[in-house]
Design a protein around this ligand. Structure first.
Ligand SMILES: C[S@@+](CC[C@H](N)C(=O)[O-])C[C@H]1O[C@@H](n2cnc3c(N)ncnc32)[C@H](O)[C@@H]1O
Length: 273
């Protein structure tokens, strides 16, 4: 379970526990969902489709009975399906705006989006962004967080903004086309200088089966295969599914034809035999 002091999660549910908003009949989507007592208390036994691409947060949700959990909800099947879409937006603003645009596409006619951010993680900008996209129905501040929500949505959102923001976190070439990346993943638009330094110092005689723990979008794995010809197989471990999917693209094909495994895992829980 997420820690008991998950302030954004607690504050997200405040409008429901205080009676400012009513929990709807029907399915609820929860984007960037995290497990914890506020979710269990409010939504235990109810239909919630959770989206969480970070393995350490996805696993506790998967272990809790009753909710569906995936790295990415099906946007086509989910379009207009949910009378309530809950969002814990990420700090990276383009990624957060793209997530609001997705939330808008998922929400049913007359439904609401409810989002919450910590004040130190962009709450003010997040609230302004949701207001710009779809207008606000209300907000509350507590626990150094801000929870804000739309009025019931009846098509009054800004269609142009929704369209523009929907592609803000799209996959794109970076570093002169050497890699594909997208906003929100580690050092998303560059090669991290510390990773570059590490690559330069990789011993060329590394041999056998290798693992890249926290592979990001795949920079070090490519370097490893290019610089170390005796590596015979490589497992890429990454907790963030959005990054792992990029690594898969960036190693297709790999610099050398060796067996690769792409593993969406929390490495603190151990690695594969
Ligand atoms: C410092 S970045 C390095 C990325 C990449 N190796 C590079 O050099 O560009 C660390 C990576 O580890 C991932 N990570 C963080 N915690 C993890 C965990 N518990 N299990 C697996 N990966 C994790 C992060 O998502 C991030 O992509």
């Amino acid at each position: 379970m997420a820690s008991s002091d998950d302030a954004p999660l607690q504050t997200l549910f405040l409008p429901f526990s205080s009676g400012a908003l009513r929990w709807p009949e029907g399915p609820v989507a929860f984007l960037r969902a995290r497990d914890g007592w506020p979710l269990r208390e409010q939504a235990g036994g109810r239909e919630v489709d959770c989206e969480q691409s970070f393995a350490p947060f996805a696993q506790p949700l998967q272990q809790a009975a009753g909710w569906t959990v995936s790295g990415q909800l099906d946007d086509v099947a989910g379009r207009g399906r949910y009378p309530l879409v809950l969002v814990l937006p990420p700090r990276q603003r383009e990624e957060a705006r793209a997530l609001f645009a997705r939330a808008l596409a998922l929400v049913a006619e007359g439904g609401r989006i409810v989002a919450c951010q910590h004040n130190n993680e962009g709450a003010r900008s997040g609230e302004g962004d949701l207001k710009q996209l779809a207008g606000l129905g209300g907000s509350l501040t507590k626990n150094h967080c801000r929870v804000f929500w739309t009025a019931p949505l009846q098509g009054q959102h800004d269609v142009d903004v929704a369209k523009r923001w929907g592609s803000l976190d799209a996959v794109r070439p970076i570093v002169g086309g050497r890699f594909l990346s997208r906003p929100g993943v580690f050092a998303w638009d560059r090669i991290d200088p510390a990773s570059a330094l590490l690559a330069e110092h990789l011993p060329a005689d590394l041999a056998g089966r290798a693992a890249d723990l926290g592979a990001g979008y795949g920079y070090l794995s490519r370097e490893l295969l290019e610089r170390c010809p005796k590596i015979t197989a490589l497992d890429l471990y990454e907790a963030e599914k959005r990054a792992l999917d990029l690594a898969e693209l960036n190693l297709a094909p790999p610099p050398r034809p060796v067996p690769l495994r792409f593993l969406w895992r929390d490495v603190t829980a151990g690695i594969e035999p």
